[in-house]
Write a protein that binds this ligand. Structure first.
Ligand code: GDP
Ligand code: IMO
Ligand code: MG
Length: 423
């Protein structure tokens, strides 16, 4: 039994991929469990940058197995594109990728509906990535989705697509004034994908449990983050899946007794892309400084990320829901040079302190800040906790005490080696 779940503790883009790449050197299998190509996961190795949207972030470690679990919504065009890019870059992916036969396929009409629905929401946009995530998960819940396993039976697949398109085209044409899709073009995408990945399609829940029983080390790679969870996040400004720990079990078929470590990945400040409440958002020059220093632009859509300060209540709630065994605090290097660093240690609602993360009205709370002294030193070359300036250590100790959980890892740069492990 050795299964580590890696989960974003804020609103996504916390630096999960860098940590998953780091942990992968000591693992056998890395599994994506939810979400789809809405994710943008960046790994920097030897100064070279790789961005993954679907393929697990462990793929750069030769010989490691990468799995797309049943909870993933898989865009076949994106998947093939990503595989091709890896091959072009000289990464050997042969016999290293498995795809769940129960994962749902994202097809062009899902993407068209995603953007059409956003357009209709006018003033109430969610700010989705436009990758078809919501419409695909909706089909899954409606029990009309097309799954990877459906590719095996072409006659059944064609019937299913014909039936699906009757409704999708009606919606696209009549409601949104968009172009319809033909059965042939959707069949083409499906069959070309099948030809390319046929040997990778397996029952991943069975495979993962068998491998776990043999003592293989497994990492479950979360996409998005706690605040974007459809049940526990800032609904409706969320994604359509469960990045939290329950999603990791559901999206892989691994049971809770096999999980022995749950790592929460948190940025040393906070970012958010898209709409939705963000109590500690900084609209001043400091927010801009964080964005520029931290290169806070979306890895999937290129949108500027909204930037703000560390939020203790958000982290405490993520810890409650996910049962983190430890926290990795990422991008601490970006805070070098700030005279004062703000931390929201609680919220006020209508002048009264509230001691929890509310399920409603997060947009109405006011953060209560503590200001800590910053540090000037560049910390990107620090290799040990003791190498960090005293004020940076004070910041970590302060967060650790407020959240009530060990900050076991600190990120001081984008590279694999820019990682401090505390004893
Ligand atoms: P993910 O979606 O959680 O995997 O995160 P993203 O890849 O979307 O965004 C994190 C960004 O921060 C990427 O550009 C990483 O290369 C970069 N990054 C990760 N860790 C660190 C760190 O400790 N310091 C700095 N400066 N950059 C980091
Ligand atoms: P990673 O894995 C940050 C956000 C979108 C939008 C909301 C819903 O890189 O951390 P969706 O397309 O999922 O229906 O959009 O969720 N979002 C992310 N924000 N990082 C991500 O992934 C995200 N994936 C989706 O911006 O607000
Ligand atoms: Mg990202």
């Amino acid at each position: 039994m050795s299964c580590t779940v890696v989960i974003g503790a804020q609103w996504g883009d916390e630096g999960k991929a860098k940590m998953i790449d780091y942990y992968s050197s000591d693992a056998d299998i890395i599994v994506r469990y939810q979400g789809g190509a809405n994710a943008g996961h960046t790994v920097v190795v030897g100064g070279k940058k790789y961005v993954f949207h679907l393929i697990p972030s462990g793929i750069l470690h030769p010989g490691k197995i990468c799995v797309l679990g049943n909870g993933v919504v898989l865009d076949p065009l994106q998947m093939v594109d990503e595989m091709d890019k890896l091959i072009e870059q000289g990464i050997d992916i042969d016999y290293r990728i498995f795809i769940s036969d129960a994962a749902h396929l994202i097809l062009p009409y899902h993407k068209a509906l995603d953007s059409a629905l956003e357009e209709m929401r006018a003033e109430n946009k969610i700010g989705t990535t436009g990758r078809g995530i919501g419409p695909c998960y909706a089909d899954k819940c409606f029990r009309t989705g097309i799954r990877v396993g459906d590719l095996y039976d072409e006659k059944y697949l064609e019937e299913k697509i014909t039936q699906t398109l009757k409704i999708k085209n009606l919606q696209l044409e009549k409601l949104h004034g968009r172009d319809p899709y033909s059965v042939d073009e959707i069949m083409d995408i499906c069959l070309q994908f099948k030809a390319r990945v046929e040997k990778m399609i397996i029952n991943t829940a069975f495979y993962l449990n068998e491998e776990s029983d043999k003592g293989k080390k497994i990492i479950l790679e979360g996409a998005q983050g706690f605040g974007l969870d459809i049940d526990h996040g800032t609904y409706p400004f969320v994604t359509s899946s469960n990045p939290t720990v329950g999603g990791a079990l559901l999206g892989t078929g691994i049971n809770n007794f096999q999980v022995n470590r749950v790592v929460g990945i948190a940025k040393a400040y906070i970012t958010r892309v898209g709409e939705g409440p963000f109590p500690t958002e900084d609209f001043t020059e400091s927010g801009n400084t964080i964005r520029e220093k931290g290169h806070e632009y979306g890895a999937t859509t290129g949108r500027p990320r909204r930037c703000g300060w560390f939020d203790v209540e958000l982290l405490k709630q993520a810890k409650r829901i996910c049962g983190f065994t430890e926290i990795a605090l990422i991008k601490l290097d970006i805070l070098s040079g700030f005279k004062k660093i703000k931390v929201a240690t609680g919220y006020q609602y209508e002048g009264k302190k509230i001691e929890m993360f509310p399920s409603f009205m997060l947009d109405k709370v006011k953060p209560v800040y503590t200001e800590l002294d910053g540090w000037d030193e560049d910390i990107s070359a620090c290799k040990k906790y003791e190498d960090l300036p005293e004020k940076a250590r004070n910041y970590i100790d302060f967060l650790e005490e407020k959240i009530g959980i060990r900050i076991a890892i600190i990120g001081v740069g984008p590279g694999r080696e820019d990682t401090i492990i505390r004893n």
